[in-house]
Design a protein around this ligand. Structure first.
Ligand SMILES: Nc1nc2c(ncn2[C@@H]2O[C@H](COP(=O)(O)OP(=O)(O)OP(=O)(O)O)[C@@H](O)[C@H]2O)c(=O)[nH]1
Ligand SMILES: [Mg+2]
Length: 252
C-alpha cells in the first residue's frame, strides 16, 4: 500500500440482502485500508439498510440504473473525493477480499492502470461460470485478445483495481449494460494498461444473477456489436498517449 494514498472499495449491489453484510465484514477484516462504498442500485429489498448497519457508506440510487451506471457512480464519487485507487468488488460474495492485497501489490509492482482478477488463470476453479456463459466468455476473450494485442482471459470479471488515471476515464464514460468487456476495450483505446492475475471466484452467495438465460443472448449480441463498433473507433490521445498498449500476464 502506498503511504498517503486513498483507497476506496466500490461494491455495486442490487437486491443483495443475503450477502451484503458478509461482503462488507470481509472487506473490513481483510482490506482495512479501503474505505467502503456500497452503491445500492435501486434495490427493492433492505440492501441499503444492511450495508449502512454494517458500517459502509451507502449511495442509494433512486431507481435501478443497471450495473454500468452503478459502477460509474462509484468512479465519480472516487474522483470527486480524491481517491487514488478504486477496487470494484461484487456484492454477491463471488469475490474474495483477501485477494485485494495481491491486486494492490501487482499494481505497485507492474505500474499498470488496472489489475483484473481472472478466474481462468488458476486451476483452482470454484466458479468457472455455467457452461453457456463460459462459452460466451471465451468468445469475448478470444476477440478482445486480438483487438488489444495481448491475452485477456476473463473479460467479464468485475473484480478489478483501478488507479487514478482509470478512475478519471471511467468517471467520464463507462459502458452501461454488461460493461466489463467494453471497459477493457476502452482502456486499450485510451492507451491505459491492464494486467490480469489469477484469483479464486465463488458461486454467488444468494440473491439472483443479472444474467438469466434469456438475457444471455442479448448480452452476447450487444457486446459483440460493441466490440465491432469499437474496432472502427479512432483512438483519442489525450490520456497518456505515450503509454504502451498492453494487456499482459504477470511476468509475460
Ligand atoms: N443484477 C444486477 N446486478 C447489479 C445491478 N446493479 C448493480 N448490480 C450488482 O453488480 C454485481 C454483479 O452483478 P451479477 O448479477 O452478480 O453479475 P455476474 O457476477 O456477472 O453474474 P453471476 O456470475 O451470475 O453472479 C452484483 O454485486 C450486483 O448486485 C443491476 O441492475 N442488476
Ligand atoms: Mg455475480
Amino acid at each position: 500500500m502506498s503511504e498517503g494514498s486513498l483507497y476506496l472499495a466500490v461494491v455495486p449491489a442490487y437486491n443483495e440482502s443475503a450477502t451484503i453484510v458478509s461482503v462488507i465484514e470481509a472487506l473490513r477484516r481483510h482490506a482495512p485500508t479501503f474505505d467502503l462504498l456500497v452503491i445500492d442500485d435501486g434495490s427493492s429489498d433492505d440492501t441499503h439498510a444492511l450495508a449502512d448497519g454494517a458500517g459502509a457508506q451507502v449511495l442509494r440510487l433512486p431507481f435501478n440504473v443497471g450495473i454500468g451506471g452503478a459502477v460509474q457512480t462509484g468512479f465519480v464519487y472516487a474522483r470527486e473525493h480524491g481517491y487514488d485507487f478504486v477496487a470494484q468488488v461484487d456484492g454477491d460474495g463471488q469475490h474474495d477480499s483477501m485477494e485485494l492485497e495481491r491486486l494492490v501489490a501487482t499494481m505497485e509492482a507492474e505500474a499498470v492502470d488496472v489489475v483484473c482478477g481472472s478466474r481462468f488463470l488458476t486451476d483452482d476453479y470454484r466458479y468457472p461460470a455455467p457452461i453457456s456463459r463460459r462459452a460466451g466468455i471465451h468468445i469475448f476473450a478470444f476477440l478482445l485478445s486480438r483487438l488489444v494485442g495481448g491475452r485477456v482471459s476473463d473479460p467479464t470479471s468485475g473484480f478489478r483495481l483501478y488507479n487514478r488515471r482509470a478512475i478519471e476515464l471511467f468517471a467520464r464514460e463507462y459502458p452501461h449494460d454488461y460493461p466489463e468487456v467494453e471497459a477493457v476495450l476502452m482502456l486499450h483505446h485510451h492507451r491505459l494498461r491492464m494486467l490480469e492475475i489469477p484469483v479464486k471466484m465463488y458461486t454467488r452467495g444468494g440473491g439472483s444473477s443479472s444474467i438469466s438465460t434469456g438475457k444471455s443472448a442479448y448480452y452476447m449480441l450487444k457486446v459483440l456489436l460493441a466490440l465491432f463498433v469499437g474496432l472502427g473507433r479512432s483512438r483519442p490521445s489525450e490520456l497518456g498517449s505515450d503509454r504502451a498498449v498492453a494487456t499482459a500476464q504477470p511476468g509475460a
